[in-house]
Ligand binder design. Structure first.
Ligand code: ADP
Ligand code: MG
Length: 244
């Protein structure tokens, strides 16, 4: 479904992504791991069009999407959440998700437009799926960090994606919240027939959640395979798991 070939992206002289390779098949859950600064977020930004690659190729369902703008890539069915929260803190939880649903349907939220009453069922269905329906009319900015991260996932789902990218969906969560959130993410992926690409620093979570894992170090893909294959890779053991 997604294929990244020898992707390179520099900030000035520094190559943040320096030969990344990745394959994600339809319906798979794939994790990208690697130490802080390895280039995971930059890779995600390249895939979603928030950055343009210097070279290399990204294809989605057989089509070259390298360098297309984020809006176009989102319309093709790739939605994402951000490592740092990206919600509208002064809107309600419901409105945050409704904005995404509306934009997917080429409408915008305006106090005086009938759009306000549109796509309510769709929005509620998403909130119910992530367990936020009973908090739909709370102000998003007043939410706990954990609930805000879940809201971000709900917003991404509002784009009606086929392919979901989550950048550290459990960052800053307690171990209990982390387990619950990854359980939710896994359930949503299966139930909605999504394909999931995520990164996460908790190795145990990654190995128990992902079908396949890609390991990045200094912008490069150093290993890609099933959890067992990656675990046995000597370079991975030295570079990452062993040193943890
Ligand atoms: P990760 O998500 O794996 O922690 P990032 O992709 O965020 O890593 O960053 C990879 C490297 O690129 C880091 O060294 C980071 O400091 C650098 N970097 C990321 N974004 C920028 C930017 N906009 N300008 C300059 N350097 C950046
Ligand atoms: Mg990151």
């Amino acid at each position: 479904m997604l294929r990244v070939d020898n992707l390179i992206n520099s900030f000035g002289d520094f190559k943040a992504v320096d030969g990344a390779n990745l394959t994600v098949k339809e319906g798979e859950i794939v994790a990208v791991i690697g130490p802080n600064g390895a280039g995971k977020t930059t890779l995600f930004n390249l895939i979603t069009g928030h950055l343009r690659p210097d070279s290399g190729r990204i294809s989605f369902k057989g089509e070259d999407i390298s360098g297309l703008p984020p809006y176009t890539i989102c319309k093709k069915g790739i939605a994402r959440s951000f490592q740092l929260l990206n919600i509208f803190p002064r809107l309600t939880v419901f409105e945050n998700v409704q904005v995404a649903v509306l934009s997917q349907h080429n409408r915008s939220l305006n106090l005086f437009s009938p759009a306000r009453n549109m796509l309510i069922e769709e929005t509620n269905r998403i909130l119910e799926n992530v367990g936020l329906l009973d908090k739909a009319h709370e102000i998003a900015g007043a939410f706990s960090h954990g609930d805000q991260k879940i809201l971000e996932i709900a917003i991404a789902l509002g784009n009606e994606p086929e392919f979901l990218i989550l950048d550290e969906p459990t960052a800053g969560m307690s171990p209990e919240e982390t387990t619950a959130t990854m359980g939710l993410v896994k359930r949503l992926t299966v139930e909605q027939g999504l394909t999931l690409l995520f990164c996460e620093h908790d190795i145990d979570i990654v190995f128990s959640t992902a079908d396949r894992i890609m390991v990045m170090q200094q912008g490069k893909t150093i290993s890609e395979g099933t959890p067992d294959e990656v675990r046995q890779n000597e370079q991975v053991q030295q570079a990452y798991i062993g040193g943890d």
